[in-house]
Ligand binder design. Structure first.
Ligand SMILES: Cc1cc2nc3c(=O)[nH]c(=O)nc-3n(C[C@H](O)[C@H](O)[C@H](O)COP(=O)(O)O)c2cc1C
Length: 326
């Protein structure tokens, strides 16, 4: 699989960790970077939060050398506010690629004209003007993440991709669902294949890739330039490495070793403590730790306990019990 070159930034392998709000913070990205990830993307960053100098949001821009290249993903509902935020990012943040979120389906985001609201058919001219201005203003190459349309009656992914290419966007990640699908049904790769045929810039296939075989099938069918994976690697960081190995024709094991899972989960927790402090890290790990322990003896019981941890010590006790039970 060919690496992707965007200006002076190399995405190698062309396997991208999808942005997941509340999850893809620096702590998680650092863990994942060990597993053949060509590009990591931040959680989505609000334009207004940057404009109003929100401290928490500025903390979300923190990075480190080992995770680079890094894409910062920005969302906003108007050209004016997005451009203000781009100027702030130019000045104050350290990253490699600026990604614009044109796919978020969440009602409170869409209601402000942000996320997938931008791909509505009636906003295509506005989308072009906004993205062109972003490309002109950003000191970093600009990419976009989209869905295939607003709903099944208005699938316009080909037009959207052409508009984005014309505006100067350097790469597009396509989640093969519409806004109205939210996360229901399956990602429709047929539209990703058609989009790839319609433009010359790199296209990244996204949605429901959870195995190395699945990744190869999607790449073979769509002829996309790379894959982006979100939920599939939660609790399964080796997935990305296995995809890379499969692409290179190397052997890998599908077996998920409990000791390795414990090590990865611990590392995830400790990374979060380092970045966010014990309290926030523990709150977040209640949602994340259970993902690492599926399919083991008494997994249901331990996952329920992990979802209620009060401290790192609680966590260590539970994983010691998991170890002795296997
Ligand atoms: C909890 C969660 C948070 C997400 N946050 C973002 C986000 O901040 N920006 C974005 O572009 N997409 C976001 N997405 C969408 C994912 O990046 C991805 O497009 C989607 O989950 C499909 O890919 P997957 O099946 O590999 O997870 C989010 C999805 C989930 C489930």
């Amino acid at each position: 699989m060919k690496k992707i070159q965007i200006d002076n930034i190399t995405i190698d392998p062309p396997i991208i960790l999808a942005p997941l709000a509340g999850i893809t913070s620096l702590g998680y990205r650092k863990l994942m970077k060990r597993f053949s990830v060509g590009l990591v993307v931040s959680e989505m960053i609000s334009d207004f939060a940057l404009i109003y100098n929100n401290k928490e949001t500025f903390k979300m821009l923190e990075t480190c050398a080992e995770e680079r290249p890094l894409a910062i993903q920005l969302f906003g509902g108007s050209k004016e506010s997005i451009l203000k935020a781009v100027k702030i990012l130019n000045e104050k943040a350290n990253f490699d690629i600026l990604d614009i979120n044109l796919g978020c389906p969440v009602p409170k985001v869409v209601k402000d004209g942000a996320g997938s609201s931008w791909i509505k058919q009636e906003r295509q001219e506005e989308l072009y003007e906004m993205m062109k201005a972003v490309v002109e203003t950003s000191i970093h190459p600009v990419t976009a993440k989209i869905r295939i349309g607003w709903n099944n009656k208005s699938i316009n992914v080909i037009d959207t991709c052409k508009i984005l290419e014309k505006s100067g966007v350097k790469m597009i990640a396509i989640h093969g669902r519409t806004r109205e699908d939210f996360y229901q049904g399956n990602s429709d790769y047929m539209w990703i294949k058609r989009a790839k045929e319609a433009v010359s810039i790199p296209i990244i296939a996204n949605g429901d890739i959870v195995t190395p075989e699945g990744a190869i099938d999607v790449l073979t069918y769509t002829k996309a330039d790379g894959v982006m994976i979100g939920r599939g690697c939660l609790g399964n960081p080796e997935l990305l490495q296995n995809i890379d190995k499969k692409l290179k024709g190397e052997t890998y094991s599908d077996e998920v070793d409990i000791n390795k899972q414990i090590e990865y989960c611990k590392e995830h927790y400790l990374n979060l403590i380092e970045v966010k402090g014990k309290y926030r890290a523990t709150q977040e790990m209640r949602g994340l730790a259970p993902h690492y322990f599926k399919g083991y003896v008494n997994a249901k019981k331990y996952r329920a306990e992990l979802a209620k941890i009060e401290s790192y010590q609680d966590f260590i006790k539970i994983i010691e019990n998991i170890k002795t039970q296997q």
